[in-house]
Design a protein around this ligand. Structure first.
Ligand code: HEC
Ligand code: HEC
Ligand code: HEC
Ligand code: HEC
Length: 191
């Protein structure tokens, strides 16, 4: 009993200290490097074929422009924070998607492009501390608690950050159904 309490305190402590602000967004291309093999489920390709991978382009459609007009938003939806916050990765974070990037900084331009749309890190958390192969394998082996390196194993609350009534096109969101539509499991876990 005492041991349990102590462990609880240690866990709370490490959760509070080990996360942000050291974690930064690295972009979907980084995850693609290791997560696009058919043998292990090609998560990148599955994602690319989902509507999350087109979320920014959606903001350039006539439907999006009409929504913006109706709401009195003066700038184009794909340039408006009111819309971008749920249609890109890491909005509001200094290492997340930026509205303007120095066009001469090719690295920054490439990184920003990899943060367009609802990318891996929009659900799994900023990747800087967990993207290394050793850390990733240790998480899978159960020797590192994902939370201590910022890796989120998404649940309903993760989705509801965007799938909520602040979305102008909010539809009923049934988590159990929705996760099936975006599923990208390891092959051995697929049903
Ligand atoms: C250097 C290679 C590498 C990179 C880069 C990488 N991963 Fe991984 N990841 C792995 C390996 C290896 C595993 C262990 C399972 C496996 O063999 O696929 C893993 C496992 C995972 C898991 C499952 C963890 C669990 O509980 O079992 C998630 C989720 C994940 N990665 C997400 C990401 C995301 C998101 C990114 C980009 C920010 C990323 N990974 C970048 C190699 C990588
Ligand atoms: C960062 C915001 C964000 C998060 C987090 C997020 N989504 Fe989404 N989701 C979107 C946006 C934006 C779209 C619309 C994409 C488009 O059509 O351009 C979308 C579309 C979808 C769709 C397609 C719905 C349709 O009507 O076409 C499904 C299914 C979905 N999301 C499931 C999920 C699930 C499950 C989670 C959590 C595990 C999740 N989403 C987390 C923003 C998000
Ligand atoms: C709170 C998060 C959020 C905000 C803010 C947001 N969206 Fe979305 N958007 C979503 C989600 C989630 C979806 C997926 C469908 C749904 O459930 O609404 C989506 C889907 C869409 C779609 C596709 C509609 C469809 O029926 O599939 C359009 C167009 C769109 N959004 C435009 C906008 C515009 C324009 C703005 C800014 C005025 C905006 N969104 C702001 C979360 C958001
Ligand atoms: C819309 C939210 C969302 C996005 C975007 C997303 N994932 Fe996931 N991912 C999930 C959910 C939900 C799970 C299931 C978690 C669980 O099993 O507890 C998951 C599981 C995984 C797993 C573990 C698979 C398994 O069978 O255990 C890996 C690896 C992974 N994601 C990698 C990625 C990579 C790489 C990307 C980007 C190319 C990505 N994910 C994008 C929500 C997302």
């Amino acid at each position: 009993m005492k041991l349990k309490l102590l462990l609880g305190i240690i866990t709370c402590f490490s959760l509070a200290t080990a996360q942000e602000p050291t974690t930064t967004y690295v972009g979907t291309k980084m995850c693609k490097m290791c997560h696009n093999k058919a043998k292990t489920g090609q998560q990148y390709t599955v994602w690319l074929e989902s509507s999350h991978a087109r979320a920014l382009a959606t903001l350039a459609t006539d439907a999006a422009k009409q929504i913006a007009v109706d709401r009195g938003i003066k700038t184009a939806p794909d340039k408006s924070p009111e819309c971008l916050q749920c249609h890109v990765t890491g909005w509001g974070d200094p290492s997340g998607y930026q509205l303007t990037v120095d066009p001469n900084d090719r690295r920054a331009m490439a990184k920003n492009a990899a943060l367009e749309n609802v990318g891996c890190e929009a659900c799994h958390g900023a990747g800087s501390e967990y993207k290394g192969k050793k850390v990733m394998e240790a998480i899978t082996a159960g020797t590192i608690d994902p939370a201590t390196v910022g890796l989120v194993l998404p649940d309903e609350a993760t989705c509801k950050k965007c799938h909520n009534e602040n979305s102008p096109t909010d539809k009923e969101f049934v988590f159990e159904e929705a996760v099936k539509l975006i599923a990208h499991p390891y092959p051995e876990k697929a049903q």
